[in-house]
Each structure stands twice: as C-alpha cells, then as structure tokens.
Design a protein around this ligand. Sequence first.
Ligand SMILES: NCc1[nH]cc(CCC(=O)O)c1CC(=O)O
Length: 323
Amino acid sequence: MSPTVTPIAARTIRIGSRKSQLALVQTYWVQEQLQKAFPERTFEVHTMSTQGDKILDVALAKIGDKGLFTKELEVGMINGDIDFAVHSLKDLPTHLPEGLVLGCVTERENPADALVVHEQHKDKQLDTLPQGAIVGTSSLRRLAQLRHHYPHLSFKDVRGNLNTRLAKLDAGEYDALILAAAGLQRLNMADRIHQFIPAEISLHAVGQGALGIECRGDDAEVLLLLKALEHKPTAYRCYAERSFLRSLEGGCQVPIGVNTTLEGDQLTLLGIVISLDGQKVAKDSVTGLATEAEALGLELAQRLRQQGAQEILDEILATVQRS
Ligand SMILES: NCc1[nH]cc(CCC(=O)O)c1CC(=O)O
C-alpha cells in the first residue's frame, strides 16, 4: 500500500486566443483535446484582440507581418497572464520572441488553397473563369502564382474575416475568392469550396492548415501537456517549411509557397519564390530524412537563392514599401 498523499492543487492552464471566429473554433478544439487527455486539469480560454484584428482597411502586404496576429498574445505569455497561445501556424512568424517556443504542431488539414466562386460562375473552374474576372485575395503569394498561370484574370485585395469576405463575393464585388481550404473546413463552410487549387498551379503558405501552439520555453509542465496534441508528421513538414521561410527572411506576406510530402522517413520539400507579376520564378525541391527537416529547409533556400530568389524578394520589398 502506498501512503495517501494529498495532491497539491494543480495550476489552472490559461489558453490565449484571438477573438476571430476561426481562432475561437481552433482554440476550443485544443481546449477540448487537452481536457480529454487530462480530465483532472482545468483549461481556461482567455481572448485578446491583436493588431491584425483591428486594422482592417489596409492591405496586409503594406502593414507587414511581424507578428501582426500574435504580438499581444506573446506579451500575455511573457507577462504570465496566459500559459500558451493557439495560432494558425501560418500566422506565426518564423522568429519568436526571446523566451517563447513553438511547443506543439497539431495535425494538419488539407493545406491547399481553395477557389470559391460567385453563383454566376458555378459551372466554371480556375481554368475557365472569363477574361477580366475579379479574383479576391489578400495574399501576394496567391496573386503572383495565379497571375503566372492566368494573366487574363484581375486581382483585387480583400480583407476581413471569412464571413465578411464571402459576403463581399456574394454581393458581386468579386467573381471569385481564393481562401485557405482549412479555414473553410474548420468553420463548417467546406460546401463553399468550389475547387482545391492544385500544387502545380499554386503552392500553399508555410504552415498552412496546421495549428501552432506557442508557449514559454522554460514551462516544462505546459510543454509536456502540449505533447499530447503533437502530430509528428505534420511537425516535420512544418519545421522544414518554416526553416525554408526563415532562411529567406520572408514572412507570410511574401510570394513564397511550399508543398511537402512525407513517405516513410523521407521528406520532400518543394518551394517557390515568384515575382509579383508572375514572371520571375525560382522553384526547386529537396528530399531527405524527415528528422533533418530544418537542414532541408536551409538547403532549399540556398538553392533558390542560386536561382535569383533574393533579387525577387528584394525587388518586392522595395515595391511594397514605396506604394
Ligand atoms: N491569413 C489569415 C488566415 N490564417 C489562417 C487561415 C486559414 C487556416 C489555415 O491556413 O490554417 C487564414 C485565412 C486564409 O488564408 O484564407
């Protein structure tokens, strides 16, 4: 018989989240999974507005991306107001503030972008949208890659949450939108997905479709709890993607796209850097051990630099700052 020990009350774990509908769905999912894995613990959700939620009238490419959707949550973790934050991994910068780490990457949904069309185009695909059709996207990555393949389409910036964007489409402001399939799926709007955009046409954003959970690097207890939600195959893929992006010093607002596949222990990372007019392209792939994910990302970045990726990125930086 072991002696009876009065347990020390376990600390309540405070989860930080943005207030957007997508952020909340994702955060409550994390809370539920953790609650199932650790029924004796208490997990509370604390919401905060981030800069990215407040500035809705300026193109994302112009505000930049240095933690636009993450900074307030990070300050909360550093101050000890919250214990960890749930992010769409693609919104989490590749350089984290001192003291914070990417503690967990969850299983990825389909990382592809999706075409959503106005009712009048319901019999069309990307290939058959008419000359001059207005395609809404706030991402330079989507813009550049689609312009490369479909120079006859027009591209127009669109901001706001998913519902706002879809309302603008339905009101006729756009003929089609390009959105992350994962966001639509998580919000139970998968029925709006008209076509998954194939990787041959447009590579997705780094980390797209996965959740990234950020926490304090010295919080061993939280790091251990989060391990219950880690999906290793997704994590390897996303580490490679993030290492590639970090090396090119691009944020989520640069025309850098990726695609990863994992077969056994072999990880293949495909990446593109493309000019805004869709004319200059640096594209290549690398394959190697998944456990060497970060090295693969660096190697691919090095290859693309040899194909002129840095010049493409420097030119874009100059254009975006000037306009
Ligand atoms: N940029 C905003 C954002 N951040 C995450 C998602 C969707 C979900 C995901 O990619 O994990 C979206 C919407 C979109 O790009 O359409």
